[in-house]
Design a protein around this ligand. Sequence first.
Ligand code: N01
Length: 554
Amino acid sequence: MNATSVSPHPTSSQGSYDAVVVGAGFAGLYAVYRLRKMGFTVRVFEAGSGVGGTWFWNRYPGARCDVESYEYSYSFSPELEQEWDWTERYPAQPEILKYINHVADRFDLRRDIQINTRVKSAHFDESRDYWTVTTEKGDSVTAQFVIMATGCLSAPRVPDFKGLKRFKGEWYHTGDWPHKEVSFAGKRVGVIGTGSTGIQAIPVIAAQAKHVHVFQRTPNFSLPARNGPQDPQKAKQMKAHYPEVREKARWSGNGYALLGDVPAKGALEVSDEERNATYERCWEIGGPTLPRSYNDTVFNKAANDTACEFVRNKIRQIVKDPKVAEMLCPTGYAIGTKRLPIDTDYFATYNRDNVTLVNVRNAPIEEILPNGLRTTEATYELDTIVFATGYDAMTGSLLAVDIRGSQGRELREKWSAGPRTYLGLQTAGFPNLFMVTGPGSPSVLSNMVTSIEQHIEWISDCMDNLRKQGATRIEADLKAEDAWVEHVNQVGSKTLYPTANSWYMGANIPGKPRVFMPYIGGVGNYRIKCNEVAAKGYEGFRLGGAALTSARSA
Ligand code: N01
């Protein structure tokens, strides 16, 4: 931007709005689009210096979406669908960010989005049914509704290692990556963490660095992405059939149409030959389908074991040093119960002379030194450390804001034993506060864009409905919330998910309550439930407000 140009974003806020939206990622942008169209006034606060949310912050080398590009996009505008061309099967971070910026400009969304502004607090005034929202910059606004579009993986976590402040080299967390180019050329780099992020970043960093030490605590299953340039035929097909594809995704198990229907057979119902041929086909096609090629791998350990062993054998074939291969083979948890990465050349990277795998399960990192780090067994000299150590997932970004509901009750206190929500949309005691893809909704187990659109549509329709009725307040009923939490837990406990130490369970954060946070009942079933609740006059919610009360008593 040159010195005379004016930012399209507003720079400060006072006053009153129908809704304050926190966050300008996929969810926040769609909220502005829809609420504005329905005649609501809206102000978005975004901590970053641009829109994009996850895709604004996650600029680490190799950052890429693991949902195919044509499905990882908005469905609300047929024109947008037709005019945008994706260049790769799995879109890289810069392309997704470009798309999000295109959406912001195309629909003139920026004038309601205040960037560089982190929300500090949101307090509810129950005498007037509105929230006061303050920011770290000193803005203070009121709004009838607050919509937390803060994302599920947006509170990066650097482990509390002794000595980090004294490190003389450069260190980065992948979820808070600098906006300048980071060069690894000639550098001795340490990467801590082998989740989806580490698995994407390690091959790219290894191709540049002098040497990479990978500090692995838990080996991870990973499947080849088989990424490549977008097939023009496939793109054409997609554009010709977008309405059907989107509709299928909306009612599917996980919000994708391309992943197909739930398979008819279980892994143990077929012969070893047939199963191996299926797994082999999935491995060759690429993407996350392998464990989903049978209907029981999520529930049945023996069925799941067949997929685990197939992938372990692939690792043994790819990695030349048998000792390193065994170190990379995941054991002790079911495939898919920790988020399953898809990769480009991850395992083959360990065949490079400049890559060393270090087991920090047996010998944990004790301390960061000025020139490297020390485990309980050895010292490693490093110029750069990359923390691919994940997030305080699902609740971290919500609880980072000082949220106080009725009678000043703090959300942090209410959720001290784990998050409790009704439909992942609201939590009792916090009227007019909505969460987008909150805990208790399909969220991270789904194509996020599908789930985001469903939530924003439900929330904005709800606001419209309240307006028509003259209601100023909606609040989840505690009994409905308890029943939903019970249902979420029941469905989750039928699966193998709770058996793994994953961020789905909060297990990556010391002291975080162990609760399976997402809803695994399926995107389509969940949509049915949300629609039913709305059709029954917002069953399980309590509606209130002056006009409504007088209409009812008349
Ligand atoms: O984080 P993670 P992530 N010492 O929590 C290790 C999404 N995503 O950023 O497993 C040593 O999965 C930790 O070890 P362990 C996706 O949903 C999407 O990789 O806890 N190691 C683990 O290996 C994903 O799941 C895309 O034993 C330590 C790693 O750090 C989510 O983001 C791309 C440690 C953290 O893995 C988070 O992935 C990338 C310690 N003290 C990410 N503390 C897409 O493609 C932690 N670790 C869309």
